[in-house]
Design a protein around this ligand. Structure first.
Ligand code: FNR
Length: 152
């Protein structure tokens, strides 16, 4: 794994970054995390070495049903190597909940890996954004937009 020069470069960016970053391998069964940086550890309370090798859904714990549409969007984005942004209900290592605005983006040659960036937002901000997106989809449909679909 460490022979891939892409991975070395990605790891060094992760080490210096001021934002939470994680990297997963969609070519391995169940898309395991390859590594996560210190800001990911600070946000989630998990040690990177403890979560590497696992799919990052462990952060959803008992909120799998709450995250149904976000999960669907993520699976579609990963399958087509597209970027996406979704809001997820997640839990830290100590069990405390947080609202995670997750950015996913393919990186590496041909989008070989998926980079994830986790950003905590206030729960009421998530609700306000969802309500805004719902209203906006309605207006787009009334105008006759070809594909009135918005994330969040
Ligand atoms: C994820 N996923 C994820 N999920 C989550 O709840 N919190 C997170 O921080 C992350 N981070 C993350 C990073 C990277 C790089 C990837 C590729 C994915 C999403 C999770 O692993 C999984 O793809 C989704 O839950 C959808 O699949 P399931 O659970 O419906 O099979």
């Amino acid at each position: 794994m460490t022979e891939d020069p892409n991975l070395e470069r990605i790891r060094s960016v992760f080490d210096r970054s001021g934002v939470a970053l994680s990297l997963a391998d969609p070519e391995q069964p169940d898309c395991p995390l390859l590594f996560a940086n210190h800001r990911f550890e600070a946000l989630t309370g998990y040690r990177a070495s403890d979560v590497e090798g696992n799919n990052c859904r462990f952060l959803q714990a008992g909120a799998r049903e709450d995250n149904l549409s976000a999960r669907e969007e993520i699976r579609a984005a990963i399958a087509s190597r597209a970027q996406c942004q979704v809001i997820l209900k997640n839990f830290r290592h100590d069990g405390s909940p947080f609202t995670n605005l997750l950015f996913l983006h393919p990186v590496g040659r041909g989008g070989r890996y998926i980079l994830g960036s986790q950003f905590e937002i206030a729960e009421n901000a998530a609700e306000a954004a969802r309500s805004h997106a719902g209203a906006l989809v309605g207006e787009l449909e009334r105008i006759g937009s070809v594909s009135a679909k918005l994330q969040m």
